[in-house]
Design a protein around this ligand. Structure first.
Ligand SMILES: Cc1ncc(COP(=O)(O)O)c(C=O)c1O
Length: 403
């Protein structure tokens, strides 16, 4: 297929254009510099009692505090929340789901339930299925409307006294649609169900305030906002019980044992500080670029549809159905044309299955089979957007001619 596609497109253009920031947003130089300095400076194990260890501990705890403050976490007093460092979004999601499900009232109800939305990332959907299968729990799924928004009116009837945990993402990695999580949290609180939100795609893109959202637990990961790969966090509201998924040392109150990394924590802190410093500008710039990009594609390919375009969306995510074309052929041809994009979640890519998110929205097959996700980053320029749109339309026309 690749060979065939190679014949019908331009020779490889000089500069590749990266529009797959939802898969990973490349580390910014300032972040890499801060991590390099921290790696050389903090050489001890933060759990060690000697001076080198204590220095690393101080740096680590300072980074923990700064990240917590920037995300609206309560950091002082008897009712302070917790920030647990993990290896990334997948681990935080697994820890939240397993940990909240297992920590519920004891003895567990005869027929325990857990609830997730129909558009969760595989790092929530798969552990939820695993939990249901191994703990004889009933897995319930909250539906999605055609705009990509959760059906909030269906939440109350789905919650029962046996629902031990609910997990609903804050913003979709595929469509960028932002969910009404504060309203969902209010409903869950009334029913006594702990609510976790996967905010992996929202943190560092839109303001996220843990306290204001009212959730019990929240996942974020640094590499989605130009921080380092390999570090994530789970925020945990004061008083919420969580069972660990790993067992070992006493680090992080034994909720996530293992040697903590000051350089990774400092990298995450630096990336979040850079976002916070430029937040208003970055959002405005990305929204303008995304809108310009979508308008050019819609003008050049009139059958195109912006998926989730009628709902509140992340500023940098554009999921477009280039109706009449095949999404996998498009992604491959665009790669050869020097535009990096994706046909869905990076964790599911390589799979030829249609996107569960788009299916959950009830979209027609013509949209599901032709949808491609483009995601912008802090360094994306207007010139790149113009050139990417030109290359995309060129590829679309060539694919159509090739038939
Ligand atoms: C919504 C969402 N949750 C979780 C993850 C997993 O994060 P990580 O790659 O840090 O494990 C991703 C990554 O694609 C994501 O988009």
């Amino acid at each position: 297929m690749r060979q065939g596609i190679r014949r019908i497109i331009d020779p490889m253009p000089a500069a590749p254009i990266y529009l797959d920031h939802n898969a990973t947003a490349p580390i910014l130089p300032e972040v890499a510099d801060a991590m390099r300095e921290a790696s050389l400076r903090y050489r001890g194990n933060p759990a060690s009692q000697h001076d080198a260890g204590r220095q690393a501990r101080r740096a680590l705890e300072q980074a923990r505090l700064r990240i917590a403050e920037m995300l609206g976490v309560r950091t002082t007093g008897m009712d302070a929340d917790q920030l647990i460092f993990t290896s990334g979004g997948t681990e935080s999601n697994n820890l939240a789901l397993h940990g909240l499900q297992r920590a519920g009232a004891s003895p567990p109800p005869a027929d325990p339930h857990l609830l997730i939305s129909a558009i969760e990332h595989p790092s929530i959907a798969r552990p939820a299925e695993h939990l249901a299968a191994t703990s004889a729990a009933t897995l319930q799924t909250l539906g999605i409307d055609a705009h990509g928004l959760i059906r909030l009116d269906e939440l109350t009837p789905l919650l029962t006294p046996a629902t031990r945990v609910a997990s609903i993402m804050l913003a979709s990695n595929e469509t960028g649609v932002i969910q009404p999580i504060a309203a969902a949290a209010e409903i869950c609180r009334r029913h006594g169900t702990p609510l976790h939100t996967d905010a992996t795609q929202a943190v560092g893109k839109i303001p996220v305030d843990f306290q204001a959202l009212g959730v019990d637990a929240l996942t974020a990961t640094a590499h989605k906002f130009h921080g380092p790969l390999g570090v994530g966090i789970l925020l945990l509201r004061h008083g919420v019980k969580l069972e660990p998924a790993l067992f070992g040392g006493f680090q992080q109150a034994a909720l996530r044992p293992g040697t903590e990394s000051a350089p990774l924590a400092i990298g995450m802190q630096t990336a979040l500080e850079l976002w916070q410093r430029e937040a208003t500008d970055r959002r405005a710039r990305m929204t303008a670029l995304r809108d310009q990009f979508e308008q050019t594609l819609l003008a050049g390919w009139p059958a195109a549809v912006v998926i989730g375009g009628q709902a509140p969306r992340l500023p940098h995510t554009s999921n477009i159905a280039l109706v009449g074309l095949n999404r996998q052929a498009l992604v491959m041809a665009l790669d050869l044309a020097g535009v990096a994009c994706s046909s869905g979640s990076a964790c599911a890519s390589g799979s030829s299955e249609p996107s569960p998110t788009l299916l959950a929205m009830g979209l027609p097959e013509a949209l599901v089979s032709s949808s491609v996700r483009f995601s912008l980053g802090a360094t994306t320029t207007p010139a790149e957007i113009d050139e990417a749109a030109r290359r995309i339309l060129n590829v679309c026309n060539n694919l159509r001619r090739a038939g």
